[in-house]
Design a protein around this ligand. Structure first.
Ligand SMILES: Nc1ncnc2c1ncn2[C@@H]1O[C@H](COP(=O)(O)OP(=O)(O)OP(=O)(O)O)[C@@H](O)[C@H]1O
Ligand SMILES: [Mg+2]
Length: 257
């Protein structure tokens, strides 16, 4: 992924105009480049990631229901949440599947603020039996894209994620959506990551370019104790080192600058 602007200015897009049944218009974070800058180089990299993951899944044969992809990292602040959010939006924008993004970082989830969802029930509330899945699902774009926020931080996140309620919630999500993206806290800092990663069909590890030491990446993969790591995402690469996508003009690729 190339560099993403740091500012958190509110941006309105028709794609996420409002949460279904949620009333007020939603203001989303401009770092969701899959919709705020869909023709940019970073958005193109997310499309490459999406299609590589879809291909990786196709090689493994069709599982029952929607595919579950967990996005994690070794340490904090490597870009997991933005990668998960942009990956889910890229899949939803492609228009051929129903997509759910689930914030499994019950300690400090950020998806609610990235999507401007305000205070609503989230995954921790669902896992504690305080709400039903329908109340936790914030649905956008005629329900084609849905987000479950982390909810109120619980005392024992790992215990909640290891509970039968989490397995049941994933089963329901697999029946409702084609692609389910999990935003997972870092593997070296929490027990949560390994628990969640073992529930996924595939795991993607986000690595911060020129920041994450190699041995930490290797330790993080080991910490997932055999969960199916499909690959790494190198995040925060110098934009000068990433090729610009060719512009699409009237439906045809041109040899643009
Ligand atoms: N490609 C990028 N270019 C520039 N800044 C980025 C990039 N990716 C992430 N960041 C910045 O790094 C910070 C962490 O990003 P993000 O919240 O996605 O990471 P995280 O791994 O989920 O962090 P946490 O451990 O807090 O959950 C944010 O300030 C974000 O704007
Ligand atoms: Mg995060």
């Amino acid at each position: 992924m190339t560099s993403i602007p740091k500012t958190v200015a509110g941006t309105r897009t028709p794609f996420l105009e409002r949460i279904e049944g949620g009333g007020a218009e939603v203001t989303i974070d401009e770092r969701l480049v899959a919709i705020t800058d869909p023709q940019g180089a970073a958005a193109e990299q997310y499309r490459m990631l999406l299609h590589r993951l879809r291909y990786a899944r196709s090689l493994r044969g069709a599982a029952q229901g929607g595919a579950v992809i967990a996005v994690t990292s070794a340490m904090r602040e490597e870009g997991t949440s933005l990668t998960a959010a942009n990956l889910a939006l890229t899949a939803a924008r492609a228009g051929d599947s129903r997509v759910a993004l689930i914030d499994c970082d019950l300690r400090r989830g950020t998806q609610a603020s990235l999507f401007g969802m305000g205070a609503r029930m989230g995954l921790s509330d669902l896992l504690q039996g305080k709400c039903e899945i329908g109340e936790a699902l914030g649905r956008f774009h005629e329900g084609q894209m849905a987000v479950i926020a982390a909810g109120k931080a619980p005392v024992e996140p790992a215990a909640l994620l290891a509970s039968p309620r989490f397995i049941a919630a994933l089963q329901t999500l697999r029946s409702l959506f084609d692609e389910i993206v999990l935003d997972v806290p870092p593997a070296l800092a929490t027990a949560d990551a390994s628990i969640v990663a073992h529930r996924a069909d595939g795991v993607v590890m986000v690595v911060r370019a020129e920041a994450t030491p190699r041995d930490q990446v290797a330790s993080a993969v080991r910490a997932l104790s055999g969960a199916p790591v499909w690959g790494l995402v190198l995040n925060g690469v110098d934009p000068a080192r990433v090729p610009r996508p060719l512009p699409v003009v009237k439906g045809q690729l041109t040899a643009g600058k």
